[in-house]
Design a protein around this ligand. Structure first.
Ligand SMILES: C[S@@+](CC[C@H](N)C(=O)[O-])C[C@H]1O[C@@H](n2cnc3c(N)ncnc32)[C@H](O)[C@@H]1O
Length: 184
């Protein structure tokens, strides 16, 4: 069984709704957002009140059924490694705390790069595996049967840049933020 189908029942009690500003800064008006591995839609639902048209794609039925309780989200069950969207469908593709859960991260990053429009951005937020505490969390996740695999922030940026995007890494305490833009 997918561990996230079990976690879905309690997930939102522990995962607070993020501040919208860092995401809105990357979006133009009337923007189309893809929240990849978007789970219960905590990130996407914070942006809907600002006119963002948000698609949440996730492979877990449980996480998506929790997301159904939130207004204004388009929910898609699927795999990050094979997206059912045409090229350049979105202004911003975000992957928050999800990349390390994807089975084939390189493929998922290629799909993110493919589906973002020219001039748009891909934003990856991940726990920064260079920190000891994050390595402990990794161990705990593996004990719970998750097959998490972490890339370092510069490895993530390298992979996005090999898809033709150009970006930068910033790190804040235990989190890394990689923003990469697709040239016009
Ligand atoms: C830790 S949760 C993060 C959810 C959300 N992004 C957030 O910030 O609250 C990781 C999510 O990735 C999803 N996931 C894992 N592998 C996936 C894949 N290959 N394709 C799509 N979703 C996947 C899981 O089902 C889970 O909902």
């Amino acid at each position: 069984m997918d561990p996230f189908d079990l976690l879905a029942q309690v997930y939102d009690r522990f995962r607070r709704v993020p501040a919208p500003d860092p995401y809105l800064d990357l979006l133009g008006g009337n923007a189309r957002l893809l929240d990849l591995g978007g789970g219960t839609g905590q990130v996407a639902s914070a942006l809907v009140p600002f006119g963002v048209r948000a698609v949440v794609l996730d492979r877990s039925r449980g996480m998506l059924s929790a997301a159904q309780k939130k207004r204004g989200l388009l929910l898609v069950r699927g795999s990050a490694e094979s997206l059912p969207f045409p090229d350049e469908s979105f202004d911003l593709v975000v992957v928050v705390d999800a990349l390390h859960h994807f089975k084939d991260q390189e493929r998922a990053l290629r799909e993110a790069a493919r589906t973002v429009r020219r001039g748009g951005a891909v934003l990856i937020e991940e726990p920064d595996i260079r920190h000891l505490l994050v390595r402990w969390v990794w161990l705990v996740e593996r004990l719970f049967g998750m097959r998490s695999r972490f890339l370092t922030p510069s490895q993530i940026l390298d992979r996005l840049e090999s898809c033709g995007l150009r970006g930068q890494v910033s790190c804040d305490a235990l989190r890394a933020r990689i923003v990469a833009r697709k040239g016009r």
